[in-house]
Design a protein around this ligand. Sequence first.
Ligand code: ZN
Length: 240
Amino acid sequence: MKIAILSDIHANLEAFERCEQFLGEIGDIEFTAILGDIVGYGADPVLCIDKAKEIAGVNIIGNHDAAVIGTSDITYFNMAARKAILWTRDQLNDEYCAFLKGLPYSESKYEILFTHGSPNDPKEWKYIFNWFDALDEFHGFDETVCFVGHSHVPGIFEESETIPHDAGPVQLDSAKKYIVNVGSIGQPRDGDPRLSFAVLDTTSRLLEIIRLEYDVEAARNKIIETGMPEYLGNRLLKGK
Ligand code: ZN
């Protein structure tokens, strides 16, 4: 079965809709997981929560979702992120807050672990940017694959090496364990503004990190129109 794994939507409806359209074109995606940070930074938190509820079989909580509903401290967020959290709070009614409050920190399904930051301490919001970050985390799960987001930087890590993620599909070895960072739909930060997510065929064990262009200008302009810091819009153009 083919599954799609998305993370860090960050209320970017243009990117989310582009990804959804692409998944529709593939046609045989049977399950979608979203690894958190549906909201924060972007201009469409309500519509992105609606869409996440509609398309995902698993939704996980991210640190921005937790900050918006007050279960995570916002003092460690930088000024721009904090302004975005406060703006987002004003957009969400009780029903939307209750949805975010009900999300799990991690979930295991199809022998795969889904979490936002790290498998060991999902409530600590640790970042996995590279193999060194990943190395500490392999003992934190029994499944053969753990999907994460949070850093907004895609990567495929096996216990003994980093596997290139930008050279087409990767054949996973069923005897090995992997941590896969799917990157971000709504605010990529690896210098490539294209949205990022993963598709895994659980039968053939082929994994692909997919990058797509979307209407980044429209997403940027909407952020600026909300009155949130312009920097949050402009960074989308650079993927940083
Ligand atoms: Zn995020």
